[in-house]
Design a protein around this ligand. Structure first.
Ligand code: AMP
Ligand code: MG
Length: 346
């Protein structure tokens, strides 16, 4: 079933959706980061349906979403002082913390790890569904595994309609990129996946924080990684893509134009609106990422733009990159992975 809660949450429909969760079904719902596809985190069979619907590899664990910090005691144990500080400062919000898991969380959720990822969304619909269901909700992003995450219901329906019991529409998601995933290792918060909460934000609270390795480079299949999600292909359109960046704008535009001219085929450009006139690309093959000055807007547009690039005729996608700083770290992490690390910096 499709439920439109863009304007307001319908309480009768909320009961229906929460009954589906309680009865072991899976439901798509919005959060402030991206849409999630959720099930009762305590119900092994229900969580199995998420992996089936997404085609998600079973070694990639899910994030457990809570409506209230009191829910944490059922899910995680032995919380340290640093972890508690992170919970106090960054929940609710686009922030996921890896904690030692209790036995109540089935192994399918944590992909066999001793730890569990927890997030408290700052979104009225997500929180309402979790609170009225009365259980934590395990939910990865709403997309077929390997594809860009779903940030609008229009995008999601094309992929997942018919594979879930309900889709709740809350409009386009505000942030557009998944949460910052953090694990505290030897009392130092380590960012396993960058997001809107930056390394500086965490340093301001804890004093120290590090970016994990594997944020800007591929992880070898055989390597042991803290975050299993890093190993897998992700955010990828079906066509080959080339990511390009330079601190010098003129150099970047020159190199993009040179590639377009020399390429034997049609190019699609995911670029900034300020560059539209300076790059030799037709209107139909230009996808606007937003203003180069507005990283929030670029983040919000990113996944829909990647999906759109797949729908246009053309053989190569050129993507303009941003500086790896602040939110730019999360944007470049997703873009590097979406183009399979085909990246040139001038
Ligand atoms: P998604 O919900 O699709 O955005 O993906 C969840 C992300 O959190 C993936 O990158 C997972 O690898 C990561 N994650 C979930 N649980 C854990 C865990 N226990 N330890 C480390 N990373 C985790
Ligand atoms: Mg995902």
């Amino acid at each position: 079933m499709y439920y439109n809660w863009k304007e307001t949450t319908n309480t009768e429909e909320l009961k229906i959706v929460c009954n589906l969760i309680k009865n072991g079904e899976i439901v798509i719902f919005p959060t402030e980061t991206v849409y999630g596809i959720g099930a009762n985190a305590f119900d092994e069979k229900a969580v199995g349906k998420i992996f089936m619907a997404k085609g998600r590899p079973s070694d990639n664990p899910l994030i457990v979403h809570i409506a209230d910090k009191r829910m944490i005691t059922d899910i995680a144990k032995e919380i340290t002082e640093v972890e508690q500080k992170l919970i106090d400062h960054f929940m609710p919000g686009p922030f996921t913390l890896i904690l030692k898991k209790t036995d109540k969380i089935p192994n399918i959720v944590s992909a066999g790890l001793e730890t569990v990822a927890i997030r408290m969304p700052n979104h009225v619909i997500a929180r309402g569904i979790i609170a009225f269901s009365g259980v934590p909700i395990a939910a990865p992003s709403a997309n077929i595994s390997g594809k860009p995450s779903g940030t609008t219901v229009e995008d999601i329906r094309k992929e997942l309609e018919g594979k879930v019991s309900a889709i709740v529409d809350g409009g386009e998601t505000e942030i557009g990129l998944e949460s910052t995933v953090v694990k505290v290792i030897d009392e130092i918060p380590c960012i396993l996946r960058p997001g809107k909460i930056s390394v500086e934000d965490i340093r301001n609270v804890i004093g120290v924080a590090e970016l994990g390795n594997g944020i800007f480079k591929p992880i070898d299949e055989s390597e042991e990684v803290e975050s299993p999600g890093l190993k897998h292909k992700h955010y990828a359109p079906n066509k080959p893509a080339q990511l390009m960046y330079s601190e010098n704008e003129n150099d970047l535009i020159f190199e993009i134009n040179r590639l377009i001219k020399s390429y034997k085929g049609d190019v699609i450009l995911l670029g900034f609106e300020e560059h539209r006139e300076k790059i030799i690309i037709s209107e139909q093959r230009f996808i606007n990422l937003g203003s180069k000055e507005n990283l929030e807007q670029i983040a919000q547009n990113l996944y829909s733009a990647l999906r759109k690039s797949d729908e246009l005729a053309g053989q190569l996608i050129i993507i303009e990159g941003v500086k790896k700083e602040g939110l730019g770290i999360a944007i470049m992490n997703r873009l590097l992975r979406s183009c399979g690390y085909q990246y040139e910096e001038f």
